[in-house]
Design a protein around this ligand. Structure first.
Ligand code: KG4
Ligand code: ZN
Length: 342
């Protein structure tokens, strides 16, 4: 007899994107994301504005996820939501909404760790795309996190390296701000880097032991360099924008991949992967493909829409937790600093 399909509604509200998705087993039927433009003018996410925007968006986003999937609330097997880590006020909107819906429909709740979900986005069914083989190493790079993760199984992961200060996405965004781009500046650096010379300028790289990262020194080094050069020529940034972007991007990628390469040499894996918002970066995508060729490893890069924050990754994680009957009860709350565990 064929196994029954599992239908899960997932809600993600950990930062500045409100998202809802429906999965049927490992297939995503809908993945709706409302971006919050309100933060652009402030140069970063303003937590209070983010929670208010989540409250405004959550109902229409959930409605449209159900509509697009052609699924009725009664048909759902469970409701998954992001418990953390993230901004507390933002998380609370998603958690409270999921709890209320679970109570009203009498459906089980599944609380998902956002960082596990970034990794498990690789297991979403995507025509013709291979899924990573366990164990594999995943480099998760986002606005808030930089983690080198040994993934042993769907719900069995270990952080082997992390950032000691700024996250990789934060480095992109802070340096982009120095170059005059609006928040989030990572994609602008990526765009300009395409027409620049990555070897035109060189910036110092951190010397950190093991698999850990540090990015705050790079930001300071770029800032000092720009201050010095703009004193000599006030148009220095505009005249060298593409080369500056290409050089900064290359430095960040070198730092990221240097540790990944060390991890590959120590752990016996057949596959490597990237996840999180920064994995949308075209330079990083190319560089990890090259690393895979060099070490004869399978390389896994998520589809663009599953790189940045989205509820589809919460849905697939919820699906694996559903199989293990990892349900939460109505006393569950959000956790801004949720430890790394499922
Ligand atoms: O995973 P994500 O959507 O949110 C967090 O959980 O943080 O990641 C957002 C981060 C931002 O720092 C953004 O600048 C960066 O991902 N990002 C990029 C690119 N697209 C997004 N950084 C560099 N190049 C890109 N193409
Ligand atoms: Zn994220």
């Amino acid at each position: 007899m064929a196994e029954k399909d599992t239908l899960i509604l997932a809600i993600e509200s950990s930062c500045d994107d409100t998202s809802a998705a429906i999965c049927k087993n490992e297939s995503i039927l809908s993945n709706v994301i409302a971006n919050q433009k309100v933060h652009e003018q402030y140069g970063g996410v303003v937590p209070e504005l983010a929670s208010r925007a989540h409250m405004k968006h959550i109902l229409p986003v959930v409605h449209s996820a159900l509509d697009q999937a052609g699924v009725r609330l009664e048909e759902l097997d469970a409701i998954a939501f992001t418990k953390g880590p993230g901004l507390l006020g933002s998380l609370l909107v998603g958690v409270s909404f999921a709890k209320a819906l679970g109570l009203a429909l009498n459906k089980p709740l599944i609380d998902v760790n956002h960082m596990y979900a970034h990794v498990l986005a690789h297991f979403i069914d995507d025509e013709g795309k291979d899924k990573p083989r366990f164990p594999f190493i995943c480099l998760t790079v986002s606005g808030g996190h930089t983690q080198l993760i040994l993934v042993r199984d769907y719900l069995e992961m270990e952080i082997i390296g992390t950032t000691l200060d700024d996250a990789a996405g934060e480095a992109f965004d802070k340096i982009a701000k120095l170059l005059g781009f609006q928040y989030p500046g990572g994609p602008f650096i990526d765009k300009h880097a395409k027409s620049g010379n990555p070897d035109k300028f060189s910036f110092s790289k951190p010397r950190i032991n093991d698999f850990d990262y540090s990015f705050s020194g790079l930001k300071t080094s770029v800032m000092n360099f720009l201050n010095k050069e703009t004193q000599k020529d006030s148009d220095f940034i505009t005249e060298n924008l593409d080369d500056l972007c290409a050089s900064v991007q290359k430095t960040i990628i070198d730092i990221l991949l240097n540790k990944l390469e060390k991890a590959i040499q120590l752990y016996e894996v057949q596959d490597i992967a990237i996840a999180g918002g920064v994995s949308a970066n075209s330079g990083l995508r190319d560089a990890i493909k090259q690393l895979g060729i060099q070490y004869n490893l399978g390389v896994h890069i998520p589809k663009f829409e599953y790189c940045t924050d989205n509820a589809a990754m919460i849905a697939i994680t919820g699906k694996y937790m559903y199989e293990q009957k990892m349900f939460s009860n109505q006393s569950i709350s959000a956790s801004a600093r949720l430890p790394f565990r499922p």
